[in-house]
Ligand binder design. Structure first.
Ligand code: PMP
Length: 363
């Protein structure tokens, strides 16, 4: 591994780059949190110091996404994958069904996991076009008995997203927003539930967040593990057991950072600008190919390949040497993927485009 004296641009899909300002703040108060003489990592989760951190995190997230009071916000450990099982177990009664739109690998996983517990149905499968576009789902696509429609709002691996969320009224929407939460403005009321793993736009991996309409808590009436039961987590303010305290603290710092920059709308605008710089370049080049349908392209995960695929290892190794890290595509698809979450500055995109341009000139 090459050694760098400075921080580099990290294009990993997650765990991903976090804002340097936040990392510095965390580092400054690491040993002695606000004069307590202890690290936040060392204090009791039941004590006043951590309780304040938890309250601040919950309140900030509510403010940033304008989450209405009839929605509960939960912090859980277990990543986004935990919810692939928790959703049917919490929401569907035995034998009930729901619809799933399979627009990528994580959407497929969420469907297959739900299938283990309930007779859920797949209403869309994008595998025939290698997940390069997003369906326009309508009420006529939704089964009459579907309790909800599950979507993955941004496809982290293949790089497509719902620019418009499905305008369906027959079943409420549940969305996995792991790879785009806080990157765009959303109307929470359009969803019965939103969930996300933290390791892209929120903070460290392992933490996940759930935003759920309160009337859905306990809906299934099933006996399920306490740790999967959203009603138990809600009743105990995300502290039924010891929560991932340090991750919640970092999430609080990230939320403060987003707020200090003007909130989600600032990032939405910036993310649109950043992605446009990169896609415009890829589309104008004769070496690079961005395979996703233009109208459905992700603003967070920009996927591309080379026309001459034999050059890909060379590009990757030169990029690493230039301090542009983590550009390899997901292990299941190859090619390249630049993950450009909120923390990736515009300068990182400009540096990447410059590098890609130079590479194209040389080959
Ligand atoms: N959903 C999406 C959209 C993801 O991108 C990921 C991880 N990259 C997951 C779910 C799984 O998250 P975790 O590893 O936190 O369980």
């Amino acid at each position: 591994m090459r050694e760098f004296k400075e921080r580099i641009y990290n294009f990993c899909a997650g765990p991903a780059m976090l804002p340097t300002e936040v990392m510095k703040k965390a580092s400054d108060e690491f040993l002695n949190y606000q004069g307590s003489g202890m690290s936040i990592m060392e204090v009791s989760h039941r004590g006043a110091i951590f309780e304040q951190v938890l309250d601040d995190s919950l309140n900030l997230l509510r403010e940033l996404l304008s989450i209405p009071e009839d929605y509960e916000i939960l912090f859980l450990s277990g990543g986004a994958t935990l919810h692939f099982s928790a959703i049917p177990l919490n929401i569907l009664k035995e034998g009930e069904t729901a619809d799933y739109a399979v627009t990528g690998l994580f959407a497929k996983k969420s469907f297959e996991e739900a299938q283990r517990f309930n007779p859920v149905k797949k209403i869309y499968d994008g595998s025939s076009h290698i997940f390069t576009e997003i369906p326009k789902l309508k009420d006529s696509d939704i089964h009459d008995d579907a309790v909800y429609l599950h979507i993955t709002s941004n496809n982290t691996i293949y790089g497509c997203r719902y620019v418009e969320f499905p305008a369906v009224t027959k079943a409420p929407l549940i969305a996995d927003m792991t790879s785009e939460i806080l990157s765009r403005k959303i109307d929470v009321r359009r969803f019965a539930m939103i969930y996300a793993g933290a390791q892209k736009n929120i903070g460290p991996s392992g933490l996940s967040t759930v935003i759920i309409r309160k009337d859905l808590l306990g809906r299934s009436g099933r006996t399920i593990p306490m740790m999967l039961d959203y009603a138990v987590t809600a009743k105990n303010k995300s502290m039924y057991n010891t929560p991932p305290t340090y991750s919640i603290y970092i999430a609080k710092l990230i939320f403060e950072w987003i707020k200090s920059k003007g909130g989600v709308s600032t990032f939405e605008k910036l993310n649109e600008e950043k992605a446009k710089i990169l896609y415009d370049f890829l589309d104008s080049s004769s070496l690079y190919v961005a395979p996703v349908k233009k109208a459905d392209r992700s603003l967070m995960n920009v996927v591309f390949t080379l026309k001459d695929r034999s050059l890909e290892p060379k590009l990757l190794s030169q990029a690493e040497d230039a301090g542009l890290h983590g550009l390899e595509g997901h292990r299941t698809v190859g090619g390249f993927r630049a993950s450009i979450y909120n923390s990736m500055p515009k300068e990182g995109i400009v540096a990447l485009v410059e590098f890609l341009k130079e590479f194209e000139k040389k080959v």
